[in-house]
Ligand binder design. Structure first.
Ligand SMILES: *[C@@H]1O[C@H](CO)[C@@H](O)[C@H](O)[C@H]1NC(C)=O
Length: 110
């Protein structure tokens, strides 16, 4: 049983744009809960800053179509920005993004 707090199931869609052919996947979370998204990247991007942004890629992409919700150049350390945290694991060539205290407005395309 989950307690008295009403928990709403929500779906977040993540499109990985770094990968040619844009891999898209959905992640399900619950209001008040948390989700972690893991993004694998090619080793050549190790020194690049890593970011997570919101927006649906338009047919003709214009600068600023995707707005950053978290961006960092810090490696191998959790970086926190509000409800979001990002960890760039340069050894495994993956970065994890965690969103905590989810609410329905987080349902979006990232
Ligand atoms: C990142 O996510 C992967 C896959 O879920 C996990 O194996 C790894 O331990 C995570 N790294 C950190 C620093 O949390």
């Amino acid at each position: 049983m989950i307690g008295s707090k009403r928990r709403l199931k929500m779906i977040l869609t993540f499109t990985l744009l770094m990968i040619p052919g844009a891999l898209s996947f959905s992640v399900t979370g619950y209001t008040g809960g948390a989700v972690t998204i893991t993004c694998q990247y090619h080793r050549e991007y190790t020194t690049n800053s890593k970011y997570f942004c919101i927006g649906q890629k338009p047919y003709i992409p214009m600068p600023g179509w995707c707005s950053d919700v978290i961006r960092t150049n810090i490696k191998d350390k959790w970086v926190k920005s509000g409800r979001l945290s990002l960890y760039d694991d340069t050894t495994a060539s993956v970065f994890n993004v965690t969103i905590t205290d989810l609410n329905v407005r987080d349902s979006d395309t990232y």
